[in-house]
Design a protein around this ligand. Structure first.
Ligand code: CP3
Length: 366
């Protein structure tokens, strides 16, 4: 704001009272919501995928006392972890601390962490009987703790910062469920899609309904916007994207009926048409996609989010992080509807001085 005022008083003769400011200060929440609507803002809003978590020493300290499950299931703790990165960096949006795998867990397929990293589902989803056994009626009941976390964080966050809710896309969830966790090569979901379309569709259908209920619950509890993580979208050949992932996300976006803006983040997906057809207000762009191409391909009514290389935060020096951040800001200058973010999540070994360089570059961009 100081910068804006400076602009407005620049060049005025001495002794003449400056004109009243024509632009009044907006909150970070308004900045985020306006950018999502592709309305003009003073500078792009910024938040980062996985901004809460292992990169923060205050998170690691809490993790010594509590399990990941306690952190996401006890509303006061989930709220605290959600707030940690906002306190430090004054992001325009907070993302609720949780995980995409809470939905399979609520359906009856729990998860845990492997010592060597990655997640493990309690069993592998294999056949029609396993799909039939998924308990889709219990989803909202079992995920009440997420609504509790939202209600707990809202007053602490205050009206000045946007709160994002999220869910995994049906395609991404199906991959974890069919592989039985993180896997080196995820092949089973695509195999099912090719070999037994009816079963693939009924699994996707169940997941779609569960995700709709889950997101509706988050909206009712008070989130300002939603992000759908289609993190494994890039496993799909372009010609299969629409049927295997895009159409289910479109069903979700349309069921939510514009109550809040939706961001679709599809890592590695190249099917612009299918992504646009989801009806999402914003598309998240990963770091392997050229942001200039996204700018060219996406209609002006669709906001764009992304796409700094996450690895820079762990490996580069602050000066390079600032320069690369500025490069993206310049590229998107004048394009209403741009939200600064990484191309994927903050790496656990990100350096704090790099996060600071990124955030202050965006916050001081004029
Ligand atoms: O800050 C935020 O972005 C909010 C919290 C958040 C987490 N996971 C916390 C978390 C969000 C939005 C997610 C989404 C998520 N979870 C995705 C989609 C985004 C992506 O990264 O592509 C996926 C695929 C998952 C599934 C998942 N959860 C994996 C593969 C892992 C990693 C296991 C490992 O050891 O690396 C998790 C665990 C997880 N989710 C952690 C956090 C902070 C680490 C937990 C810990 O050990 O403390």
């Amino acid at each position: 704001m100081q910068d804006l005022l400076a602009d407005e008083t620049k060049g005025k003769p001495c002794g003449v009272a400056p004109l009243p400011p024509t632009r009044t200060e907006i909150t970070r929440r308004q900045r985020m919501l306006r950018a999502l609507q592709c309305s003009p803002v003073d500078r792009p809003p910024v938040w980062l995928m996985r901004q809460a978590g292992r990169c923060l020493q205050e998170y690691r300290a809490l993790r010594e006392k509590y399990s990941f499950r306690q952190l996401i299931q006890i509303p006061e703790l989930a709220a605290e972890v959600t707030l940690q990165p906002v306190r430090r960096f004054h992001f325009d949006a907070a993302i609720l601390f949780s995980d995409i795998l809470v939905v399979p867990e609520a359906l009856g397929q729990g998860f845990s962490f492997r010592d060597e990293g990655g997640v493990e589902m309690d069993y592998i989803l294999r056949d029609r009987n396993d799909v039939r056994r998924l308990n889709t009626r219990a989803v909202t009941d079992r995920l009440q703790y997420v609504a509790g976390a939202i209600r707990c964080v809202k007053p602490e966050l205050g009206p000045g910062t946007a709160l994002l809710g999220f869910a995994g896309s049906p395609w991404t969830l199906a991959n974890f469920m069919l592989e039985g966790g993180s896997a080196r090569a995820q092949t089973r979901a695509l195999q099912l899609f090719r070999r037994d379309r009816a079963l693939f569709d009924s699994l996707s259908q169940e997941l779609t309904l569960a995700v709709i209920e889950f997101l509706q619950m988050q909206i009712t509890a008070g989130v300002d916007a939603i992000q759908i993580f289609d993190s494994l979208g890039g496993l799909l050949p372009a010609e299969d994207f629409e049927e295997a992932s895009g159409q289910w996300m479109r069903t979700i976006v349309s069921a939510l009926n514009g109550q809040v803006p939706v961001i679709v983040y599809s890592k590695g997906a190249r099917g612009w048409k299918s992504l646009i057809q989801t009806g999402a207000q914003a598309i998240g762009i990963d770091h392997e996609t050229d942001l200039a191409e996204a700018k060219e391909q996406l209609p002006a009514r669709v906001a764009i989010q992304g796409n700094l290389l996450p690895d820079l935060l762990a490996r580069a020096e602050p000066r390079l992080v600032a320069a690369q951040t500025r490069r993206l800001l310049e590229l998107m200058r004048g394009r209403d509807g741009y939200i600064f973010n990484l191309g994927h999540g903050v790496p656990p070994d990100a350096k704090m001085e790099n996060l600071e360089a990124l955030v202050s570059t965006v916050q001081n961009f004029a």
